[in-house]
Design a protein around this ligand. Structure first.
Ligand code: HEM
Ligand SMILES: *[C@@H]1O[C@H](CO)[C@@H](O)[C@H](O)[C@H]1NC(C)=O
Ligand SMILES: *[C@@H]1O[C@H](CO)[C@@H](O)[C@H](O)[C@H]1NC(C)=O
Length: 520
């Protein structure tokens, strides 16, 4: 006896339910179709042209292409070439069954990042890959949760003396004491990654890892390093890591993560205890003159997990980025005697004194050098957002890509700052050349220095613009100036003369910055 004979009512009911479900789905589709048609009608928006690929369903061709480019360290170059090959500055592409719209149009980025940022989210991939290590924080959340983080953290960045160069000096002094003075080869990258870890932990926790002066490969810096590599992999390979975690060393990574969490929790507890003790006392107790991020956070919330998460979010956002910038800058200096001479001349105006925050700002060539490095070698070279609702962007739709672009809910839109920063229509015929002078006013010709808008986005723009921009630029320029004061000569020890990308969470020259330095 079949199911329908035994339970006639149930069978009828399920047929009825199924019919309703189908009708409901159809009705929903119809409503969606009509509202999309209305949106397109009202705005003139159209879909993007497809990139010329043959496998538009699974996108295996583009996956292979991307993997080859990744292995050969020219993924960014490749994604820039695609705009040239297709002749489009916005196109749709399918990679491993996933559709992406790619754009390098400043107008579109302005809408996504500023004007209509609420319509755009980070996308699932970033959240699921980062959260196990970072938890809920400014870098992993969208919407109201993100807004709450941003509101809580931003004043601390403003209040903090991000220009507190005294703190940087302590770590830079460690750096200088460790660098060989006899001209033997050293990879500055190794030291820069330690420097930024040491200064960031001091700024955030009130106590530095001091990894420059400790030689051990154990402890927080190493564990954080490894955890971070793991999440970079998870972000890149997405579901493969989620389904086959053991292939990627998940269990070691869990141990590292626990270690990292415990380590930070210690400082959170300490911060809370200090706060409670201070509350017990009268205001007379003078505050320490050193700014400690955690002390501010504990006065805003008592949620210890949240505090830990925010601290780790900021550490992740701020550490490798600044170290990568320094590495790229120093790789360039080692390859360019002309720039070395210019920066030395500018630094000489300080007469050997440690620069103050105000003096740093006056060093225009140093700043132009950083600007130019972030233009050609942006340390966050590509990024993406996901549409939270049906919407449009100003350009990229239609056969010639000049109509507004229709973007359906759920669509991922990616952009490459690397490619945009090299567009000749914005930067001129010499866009590919490393020329800091382009940023400076030229008194001889009266030509004004470059003042770009949305076509220059090393720190993003709009609502989620980098909170640590000032911190990063101060640290990078202070370190650069002090190194110039300590060493009169530099020689590249890297046989490769072109900058090659190495992409993890940030982008840095593949070989780091291998140099020989002459002490003064
Ligand atoms: C050269 C160095 C740096 C570069 C190029 C850089 C770049 C960026 C970029 C592109 C974003 C946007 C990411 C996105 O929304 O998808 C960002 C966000 C952020 N950065 Fe930086 N960053 C640097 C250094 C720092 C430092 C030193 C700190 C902290 C001390 C920091 C803290 C943050 C935070 C908290 C966010 C998240 C802001 C938000 O989502 O509201 N960054 N950064
Ligand atoms: C962390 O990784 C960076 C880059 O891979 C490396 O230069 C640095 O020495 C590592 N630091 C520690 C403490 O392991
Ligand atoms: C560096 O770039 C920023 C952002 O575009 C700009 O405001 C600043 O004036 C530039 N400074 C120099 C010296 O190039």
């Amino acid at each position: 006896m079949g199911f329908a004979d035994r339970f006639p009512h149930l069978a009828k009911a399920s047929v009825f339910l199924a019919a309703i479900l189908i009708l409901y789905t159809l009705a929903q589709k119809l409503v969606q179709f009509r509202s999309r048609a209305a949106l397109k009608q009202a705005t003139g928006a159209q879909s993007a042209r497809h990139y010329p690929q043959w496998d538009r369903v699974y996108g295996f061709d583009m996956f292979r292409d991307a993997m080859t480019a990744f292995r050969e360290h020219r993924m960014l170059r490749r994604s820039t070439e695609r705009f040239q090959i297709s002749g489009l500055s916005t196109y749709e592409i399918v990679v491993l069954g996933r559709s992406m719209v790619m754009t390098q149009e400043p107008q579109n980025l302005k809408v996504i990042q500023a004007l209509e940022h609420k319509k755009w989210g980070l996308g699932e991939r970033r959240k699921t890959s980062f959260k196990p290590l970072l938890g809920d924080g400014i870098f992993t959340n969208d919407g109201a949760d993100w807004a709450h983080s941003r509101e809580m953290l931003r004043p601390n960045f403003v209040r903090s003396q991000v220009g507190d160069v005294k703190t940087f000096e302590r770590h830079v002094a460690h750096l200088l004491s460790k660098l060989p003075k006899d001209g033997s080869t050293v990879n500055l990258a190794d030291y820069f990654f330690r420097l930024t870890m040491d200064s960031a932990t001091e700024f955030l926790f009130g106590e530095s890892t001091d990894s420059l002066t400790r030689d051990s490969e154990e402890g927080f810096a190493a564990a954080f390093n490894r955890s971070q590599e793991f999440i970079a992999m998870r972000a890149r390979f997405g579901f493969w890591v989620r389904w086959f975690p053991f292939l990627f060393g998940e269990s070691d990574s869990t141990k590292d993560q626990e270690f990292v969490h415990k380590f930070v929790d210690y400082y959170v507890e300490k911060g809370c205890a200090k706060r409670d003790q201070m509350r017990g006392q009268k205001q007379s107790e003078e505050k320490s003159d050193r700014y400690i991020f955690i002390d501010e956070l504990v006065s805003q919330t008592n949620d210890r997990t949240r505090i830990r998460s925010e601290l780790l979010n900021i550490l992740l956002a701020g550490r490798d980025t600044t170290a990568s910038l320094l590495t790229n800058v120093w790789w360039t200096l080692s390859k360019r005697p002309d720039l070395w001479a210019k920066i030395q001349a500018e630094v000489a105006t300080l007469d050997g004194a440690h620069p103050t925050f105000e003096q740093l700002k006056e060093l225009k060539f140093v700043r132009a050098l950083l600007n130019e490095s972030l233009r050609l070698y942006p340390v966050v070279p590509q990024n993406s957002r996901q549409a939270q609702e049906d919407t449009t962007l100003p350009v990229g739709g239609g056969p010639d890509g000049t109509s507004p672009l229709f973007v359906p809910k759920g669509q991922v839109v990616g952009w490459t700052v690397y490619g945009m920063h090299r567009r000749q229509d914005f930067y001129g015929a010499d866009a590919e050349e490393f020329r800091p002078e382009r940023w400076l006013d030229d008194p001889a010709t009266g030509k004004k220095g470059l003042r770009p808008g949305w076509e220059y986005l090393p720190f993003n723009g709009g609502a989620r613009i980098c909170l640590g921009q000032q911190f990063a630029l101060t640290e990078a320029s202070y370190t650069t100036v002090r190194l110039c004061q300590a060493f009169s000569g530099i020689e590249s020890r890297d046989p490769v003369d072109v900058w090659q990308e190495s992409i993890a969470l940030t982008c840095v020259n593949l070989e780091g910055a291998k140099v020989g330095l002459t002490a003064r």
